[in-house]
Ligand binder design. Structure first.
Ligand code: ATP
Ligand code: MG
Length: 250
């Protein structure tokens, strides 16, 4: 097995998160980024691709969102001109549906492999894997789909971020159906945290195989250019089970 400590890191473009990850995502890893609606999953995913573009590491965004212009417009609001990077061959934003995407991923010379080879892609964002749940009602089938997806992305040598929707906004967080988190190499959570009558946002790295990482929950805000990670929530318990107690006002 490769020595993870020696494996280069793919920075996320969010300095605070890279610090939590002790340098960034391990290259070639498949990472699940899970969060409630509007917590910034797409933003952080694009931030990761933009970071790659700036370093000359091309990336692909696969999105199952149905309104392409809205996707570009939202990115523009964050200060990212996706079309300009596409024109430079550093980015490809592909609007797809889950079935077409999976079929394109299966063949070694399928259209995803062709796209990866053609542009020399190093990074990929899948927005979001929750859409695969529409393809089947069978838990075993879904697990196979997700396993095939992770294996195919690794086969292509990509560092991947798979977005995963968590329907819970506040309160207890039921994560019982989260199979893909077991298959993936790393798991990062974004969620809303109610503290002293304010809604804040918190990020935590729950796992990264073979590597140490920070275990604390940190606050973050969303600004132009993406997520900015700040302080650890001090002296509070129960943040991720929705019953924060004893919080200091930060
Ligand atoms: N330019 C900006 N400045 C500050 N905050 C912004 C900006 N753009 C977006 N946001 C914040 O980011 C949030 C949405 O982020 P994003 O779309 O990445 O979330 P998401 O987790 O992907 O949501 P969904 O679950 O709907 O896909 C908005 O609700 C808004 O609060
Ligand atoms: Mg989104």
């Amino acid at each position: 097995m490769a020595d993870i400590a020696q494996t280069p890191r793919a920075t996320t473009g969010c300095a605070g998160l890279d610090k939590m990850l002790h340098g960034g995502l391990v290259e070639g890893y498949c990472v699940v980024l899970e969060g409630s609606p509007g917590t910034g999953k797409t933003t952080l995913g694009l931030q990761f691709l933009m970071d790659g573009c700036k370093k000359g590491e091309p990336g692909i965004a696969i999105t199952f969102e149905e309104f392409p212009e809205q996707y570009y417009e939202n990115a523009m609001q964050l200060g990212w001109d996706l079309k300009a990077y596409e024109d430079q061959g550093l980015l490809k934003v592909q609007f797809s549906d889950p079935l077409t995407f999976l079929e394109g991923l299966q063949d070694l010379d399928g259209h995803i492999a062709e796209m990866v080879d053609g542009m020399g892609a190093k990074r990929i964002l899948v927005d979001s894997v929750s859409h695969f749940e529409r393809l089947t009602n069978d838990a075993g089938d879904l697990r196979r789909i997700e396993t095939d997806l992770v294996h195919a992305l690794k086969r292509e040598g990509l560092t991947s971020i798979l977005l995963k929707e968590n329907p819970h906004v506040l309160g207890g967080w039921d994560r019982g159906d989260n199979r893909v988190a077991f298959i993936a190499d790393a798991l990062i959570l974004l969620r809303y945290i109610e503290l002293e009558s304010e809604i804040k946002r918190g990020v935590v790295v729950l796992k990264m195989r073979g590597s140490d990482h920070e275990k604390e929950i940190r606050q973050y805000v969303i600004r132009e250019q993406g997520l900015v990670v700040g302080d650890v929530f001090q002296g509070v318990a129960g943040l991720f089970i929705g019953s924060a107690r004893g919080g200091e006002k930060n």
